[in-house]
Design a protein around this ligand. Structure first.
Ligand code: ATP
Length: 357
């Protein structure tokens, strides 16, 4: 029998959570968040926004100043870390370098005085989950960074936690390995139905790995939603800017049409009429053909960079700089200073409350 079927992923509920470290602004300021069993929720935001402090409060490594934390049916707000049935995977791996892989993974079970046969079986199973059985007897410092992070993951899973917490677990890996290990973490989390809270400042990683992304800013939740929602319908400049690439241009909205310089773009959104910030994702922009020229925005090419699958082209327009992606077959005439007309598709356009100051 697969012992991991005994995993009992739990809901997590944060209510009015506040953390103050001194007299200044709170590091975490009234965070309310409900995480469903089996869900992977990412806390995303710039350095200092309070995401790590929030994670550490869930772990029991930091004591909240106000508010409550519930895991499953239990309020755990001030419970010590070891009584919460939660495990954490750290950026630094936090492994014992002098011990082999098996001893590292089994350490928590040994401390909990589980019978030797059970420890062996559970460690074998956890190593199998992360594909590390062949390395069981190697010292951890003889493994690569990616393998060490897998050991850390096995060590977290072996405890059959109700919640797994990830604190920037990929930061020490190079870009290629980061993509690989994040796909592995996501696959395992979905296969086992783990409840997971994941902290990162990397928006691409957050979009790729999450069921739901919570964007934090200055200790507060700025917006939360599925990766697709946040990308398509950010509620503020901060989120639009932070997630994906966005051009945010000043425009006017009359309830049916966006006026963006000389371009008129039909658009329906629940938004007050008047000045707006127009978020234009790169995929919303195309080179206008002669039939749509009257609807377009005149532009000059500033630069063209070949990125492999697409070309990043930067245009100067009367309403600001527009950065976009253009396919290889459309890029040939685009040399610096070339005059073109830009057209806009509905997909990838979204209005924000007011132009950025
Ligand atoms: P990073 O990605 O840089 O870790 P973060 O979003 O995780 O940033 P936190 O580490 O949660 O942010 O920090 C939030 C704020 O709380 C910061 O201003 C930080 O300086 C402060 N802070 C965090 N831990 C402590 C501490 N132990 N003592 C004092 N201030 C702290």
């Amino acid at each position: 029998m697969n012992r991991m079927t005994e995993l009992q992923p739990a809901a997590v509920h944060l209510s009015g959570l506040v953390k103050r470290f001194g007299n200044g602004a709170p590091a975490v300021d009234d965070v309310n968040l409900q995480i469903a069993p089996g869900e992977l929720v990412t806390l995303l935001g710039p350095s200092g926004c309070g995401k790590t402090t929030t994670l550490r409060m869930i772990a029991g490594l930091e004591d909240p100043t106000e508010g409550t934390i519930t895991i499953g049916a239990d309020e755990v707000t001030h419970l010590p870390a070891e009584k919460r049935d939660v495990t954490m995977v750290f950026q630094s791996y936090a492994l014992f370098p002098h011990m082999n892989v098996r001893a590292n993974v089994g350490y928590g079970l040994k401390v909990a005085r589980r019978p030797r046969a059970e420890v062996t079986a559970r460690v074998d199973e956890a190593l199998a989950l992360v594909g590390l059985q062949p390395y069981a007897d190697r010292p951890v410092d003889a493994l690569s960074g990616g393998q060490q992070q897998r050991v850390a993951l096995a060590r977290a899973l072996v405890m059959k936690p109700r919640v797994v917490l990830f604190d920037e677990p990929l930061s020490n890996l190079d870009a290629k390995l980061r993509h690989h290990v994040r796909a592995e973490i996501r696959a395992l989390q979905q296969r086992l139905g783990l409840t997971a809270v994941y902290v990162t400042h990397d928006q691409e990683e957050a979009l790729a790995i999450s069921d739901r992304v919570v964007v934090m800013n200055s200790g507060r939740i700025e917006q939360q939603g599925s990766p697709r929602d946040l990308y398509a319908r950010p509620s503020s400049h901060f989120v639009a800017d932070f997630i994906g690439s966005a051009n945010i241009l000043p425009g006017q909205y009359d309830g049916r049409v966006i006026q963006l310089g000389t371009a008129r773009i039909p658009h329906v959104q629940d938004m007050a009429q008047g000045p707006v910030g127009v978020m234009v994702r790169p995929e919303a922009v195309h080179l206008a053909t002669s039939t749509t020229t009257g609807q377009g925005l005149p532009a000059h090419v500033v630069s063209v960079s070949f990125l492999g699958p697409v070309n990043q082209v930067v245009f100067e327009t009367a309403v600001g700089v527009v950065t976009t992606n253009i396919d290889d077959d459309a890029v040939s005439g685009l040399h610096p200073n070339a005059a073109v007309m830009l057209g806009f598709a509905a997909r990838g356009l979204h209005l924000l409350p007011s132009p950025k100051n």
